[in-house]
Design a protein around this ligand. Structure first.
Ligand code: 4NP
Length: 170
């Protein structure tokens, strides 16, 4: 202690709130929450970066992630079994500093609310990735391969997002 009450460089850090949004909140956005949570943990930033996910639709409120999403995440050492779906709400635009949507339909839906309410402007999550992909494709009606693609795209964009937040915190 130096007498100033400052116990270390990170203790005064303002928290950063990150929200992932998809349609159902049972496939892509809980996968993104799990992957990004791990990246944040590995970076030792879990006290500072707070993460949540939600869906624009209401069909799956209160449900655990899709079994296929849980299984594919588990194969990469990520446990998303405890997550429960909730619906996006206008107040999320006030609370979260980053609102990261999976596809253009999610962007249009959240942007409609943002135009009415203001707050944090939603962005495509993959704008933080390096690949040419702009959207995380909805895997719900497809096979296992789609869930692998979701994780590949999300893992890459998570690294870019973490780099961006580190710059923001610096
Ligand atoms: P998600 O996938 O948006 O990645 O959670 C979906 C889950 C459910 C439905 C659509 C997409 N659905 O139509 O019920």
């Amino acid at each position: 202690m130096d007498g100033s009450g400052n116990t270390g460089p990170m203790t005064m850090q303002k928290p950063v709130y990150v929200l992932f949004v998809c349609l159902g909140n049972i496939c892509r956005s809980p996968s993104a929450e799990g992957v990004f949570r791990r990246a944040v943990h590995e970076a030792g930033l879990e006290e500072i970066i707070h993460i949540d996910s939600c869906g624009t639709g209401d069909w799956h409120i209160g449900k655990a992630p899709d079994d296929r999403a849980q299984q594919k995440a588990h194969q990469r050492g990520i446990d998303i079994s405890g997550l429960r779906a909730r619906q996006f709400r206008a107040s999320d635009l006030e609370h979260f500093d980053y609102i990261l949507v999976m596809d253009r339909q999610n962007l249009a839906d959240v942007r409609d609310v943002w135009r009415q309410n203001g707050g944090t402007e939603p962005e495509l999550f993959l704008s933080y990735g390096l690949s040419e992909h702009e959207e995380v494709p909805d895997p719900y009606y497809g096979g296992d391969k789609g869930f692998e693609t979701v994780l590949d795209l999300i893992e890459e964009a998570s690294e870019g997002l973490l780099d961006e937040i580190r710059r923001y915190l610096a």
